[in-house]
Design a protein around this ligand. Structure first.
Ligand code: ATP
Length: 306
């Protein structure tokens, strides 16, 4: 047996979700999901529509109180309260953009800094005197983030006047304003054209290079497989597969889950194998061509065409 020597940089676990389950009445949207994200990692969370991805994000970020399970950030279990989760170091964007539409680009980022200033959210939104004082100190950092996301030239534009792709970038800038160690992105390229998607890919790599771990939900598979060090696949609330992009792309269960087609070992497959075995047995016995065999053969052909 050969011994393999690996050189790995020590990684810190940033996020550790254990046995997360979320039930809505009789519906279990997320079932017993474990997931870890470490420093320096970009992890993807994929799955068909309704698989439970956003519900899982909501459990991680305190919007939902999971029915079972725990969520820890850098070894400390988080209370299910969004502002405390953000304060601890986890920030997120939303599937449906949630900006302050009538505030400027700069103001949106400044509001995102409220967990890192002494002023609270209401003071930031109402722009009280305390906030104005803190604002002066925060502005430099906010401008750095606008530059980083390529929005510095739009600082005084109202958020609602930005094109869609820039609104998504602004959401990311605002999330970064809370100085997170982990950024959760919910469908960051939804509605983007291919150029904007590529730019977002570059932006996520740059965020990772700044030492911020990233967990991203996305339906654009090219984006996910280009970007992620590891991908977890949720299907009907359960984690079906987790691995590198290559492992996930090569897993027939994932393809089957997306296409709704049977895979090797699936019950439909066993039935098909039984039909084929019966057919060849009939052919050996010289009974091929009977009505029964023809019917079974048609059924098998029908399955193949699906
Ligand atoms: N607040 C809620 N109350 C009841 N059911 C909910 C709630 N939120 C989500 N669900 C249900 O939980 C399941 C998972 O939904 P979720 O939005 O998490 O899936 P998703 O994987 O994010 O889907 P998509 O890719 O379409 O965004 C769905 O059946 C959904 O209808």
């Amino acid at each position: 047996m050969t011994t393999m020597t690996t050189t790995t940089t020590p990684q810190q676990t940033v996020l550790e979700a254990r046995g997360v389950t979320m039930r809505f009445g009789g519906l279990t949207a997320v079932r017993n999901v474990d997931l870890t994200v470490s420093t320096g990692e970009i992890v993807g969370l994929i799955g068909p529509n309704g698989a439970g991805k956003t519900t899982f994000f909501n459990c991680l970020t305190g919007l939902y109180h999971p029915t079972e399970g725990t969520v820890a950030y850098k070894g400390t279990t988080l209370p299910p309260k969004p502002h405390l989760v953000t304060k601890a170091g986890m920030a997120r964007t939303f599937q449906n953009i949630r900006l302050f539409a009538n505030m400027t680009v700069l103001e949106n980022v400044l509001v995102g800094r409220h967990t890192r200033t002494k002023e609270g959210l209401w003071s930031a939104l109402l722009r009280g005197p305390g906030f104005r004082k803190a604002e002066a100190a925060s502005e430099e950092r906010a401008m750095e983030l606008l530059k980083f996301t390529g929005l510095d030239h739009k600082r005084d534009h109202l958020a609602r006047s930005l094109p869609y792709g820039e609104q998504r970038k602004l959401e990311i800038a605002r999330a970064l304003a809370s100085e997170p160690g982990l950024l959760l992105l919910d469908e960051p390229t939804a509605g983007m054209n291919p150029q904007e998607t590529r730019a977002t890919e570059e932006l996520v790599f740059a965020i990772r290079d700044k030492g911020i771990a990233v967990l991203v939900i996305e339906h654009d598979m090219r984006f996910i497989f280009n970007l992620c060090d590891r991908v977890a696949v949720l299907v009907q609330g359960e984690k079906l597969v987790e691995g590198t992009s290559d492992v996930v792309q090569g897993d027939e269960r994932v393809v089957a889950a997306y296409l709704g087609t049977p895979f090797e070992g699936a019950p439909e497959d066993t039935a098909l194998a039984e039909v084929q075995a019966a057919e060849s047995h009939a052919a050996e016995d010289g009974t091929a061509g009977t009505a029964e065999a023809a019917e079974e053969g048609d059924a098998a052909q029908g399955d193949d065409d699906k």
